[in-house]
Ligand binder design. Structure first.
Ligand SMILES: Cc1ncc(COP(=O)(O)O)c(C=O)c1O
Length: 389
């Protein structure tokens, strides 16, 4: 790895640690024998009708700069979609289209975090929101969920509230959670909203896995209860539900008075999301429900294969997640999950993400993305079994 010691960049950037997930993928990328389950994406291509909509938009000449907040038609389609899913209506004036969920998180960090501020983040957590806060010179303050015996996680709200101080700008909640699959309850959302209102804090809810759930209803959402005037930001993405990870398209639901601020930031970040991709986004929202249903059914089958096989391994502790598409399992006796993931890749050609990538409380765990053909997941756990028994 090249040393960055002598390159004159900001301290906050020089000190950023490269993703530990990328450390593993760099070792195995391109090897056809590797079953790569390190990233958070499925193996299905983007549905054809979405690709056709993008092509048609290019042919129709939708290749110019456009509105910073996104195409009005896409914002309306998203608002209608959210209104159909959740208990409270969402107006199109609250929607800001972004160039991915990641870009949405960076916009949030840019808007809220001054150097020295902190963001309280419920963890274990996908590392990128913490990195965005660090890039702004802030402190990502990770507060752990409690592991439940037998696998699974629970939230101690008292500890979240106790972690907030005068430099706290907000609380970050990712539910359904990556990597844990943990899902917040309606009661916990209510308590968080009450606390944030009383303390003047922002709530940032990352709901990119909101549709990847294995019960009968959408995951509890902050949009069920939040009012437009709440200091509430809900992050979403086209990546997961519509198999569009490479498209880099997402959106934020924000209070209407934050919109002009965010439009300014979009101007100086991307100057707007690609116009023809936004037309494809409209097609995804309007015609995507059958695809989502098929994708979730496939993930559910793969989840059951993964969890049944992992639970049969003597040293593994794991619960069946109700949302997202990860098995986050603890392996008895592991002190260094990065070393374990490297060793597992070398010996079994299965690519996992090390638990330590998701915060210190993830040490001792591995994350396996099961958004695959269930037969591939069966093969992967079979290969891993000698290391887990
Ligand atoms: C919790 C969470 N939030 C946001 C994202 C961002 O997704 P994207 O940038 O592909 O829209 C991801 C992607 O893995 C994620 O896991």
């Amino acid at each position: 790895m090249t040393s960055t010691e002598s390159i004159p960049v900001r301290d906050a950037i020089r000190d950023l640690r490269a993703s530990r997930i990328a450390e593993i993928s760099a070792l195995g990328m391109g090897d056809p024998d590797v079953i790569a389950l390190w990233y958070g994406e499925g193996d299905l291509p983007t549905p054809d009708f979405i690709g056709r909509a993008a092509n048609a938009a290019i042919e129709a000449g939708h290749t110019f700069y456009t509105y910073k907040a996104g195409l009005p038609e896409l914002r309306s389609a998203i608002a209608g979609y959210l209104t159909g899913l959740y208990a409270r209506p969402t107006a199109a004036e609250r929607i800001l289209v972004s160039s991915s969920g990641m870009s949405a998180l960076m916009l949030v960090a840019q808007a809220l975090i001054d150097p020295g501020d902190n963001l309280v983040i419920i963890a274990p957590i996908w590392p990128n929101i913490a990195a965005a806060v660090s890039i702004m010179g802030g402190e990502p303050r990770l507060v752990a969920l409690d592991p439940v015996p037998g696998g699974g996680w629970s939230l101690d709200l008292g500890r979240i509230f106790a972690a907030c101080d005068t430099r706290t700008r907000g609380i970050f909640i990712n539910s359904p959670g990556n990597p844990t699959g943990w899902m917040i309850s309606a009661g916990e959302i209510e308590d968080l909203l009450a606390f944030a209102r009383a303390r003047g804090l922002w709530l940032i809810a990352d709901e990119v896995y909101g549709r990847i759930v294995y019960g009968n209803r959408p995951a509890p959402s902050f949009l069920d209860q939040g009012a437009p005037e709440d200091r509430l930001i809900v992050v979403n993405s086209f990546s997961k539900s519509w198999a569009m990870t490479g498209w880099r398209l997402g959106w934020l639901t924000i209070p209407p008075d934050l919109l002009p601020v965010m439009e300014k930031l979009v101007e100086f970040n991307t100057s707007g999301s690609p116009t023809f991709l936004q037309h494809a986004g409209i097609a995804a929202i309007r015609e995507g429900e059958p695809f989502i249903a098929r994708f979730v059914a496939r993930c559910r089958a793969a989840r059951d294969v993964a969890i049944d096989a992992l639970q049969a391994c003597r040293r593994v502790e794991v619960a069946r997640p109700d949302g997202a598409f990860y098995a986050f399992f603890r392996v008895d006796g592991i002190a260094d999950s990065l070393a374990f993931a490297k060793d597992a890749l070398g010996r079994t050609k299965v690519g996992l993400a090390p638990g330590s990538a998701f915060g210190p409380m993830g040490e001792g765990y591995l994350r396996l993305c099961f958004a695959r053909d269930p037969r591939i997941i069966a093969e992967a756990v079979d290969r891993l079994r000698p290391l887990l028994d």
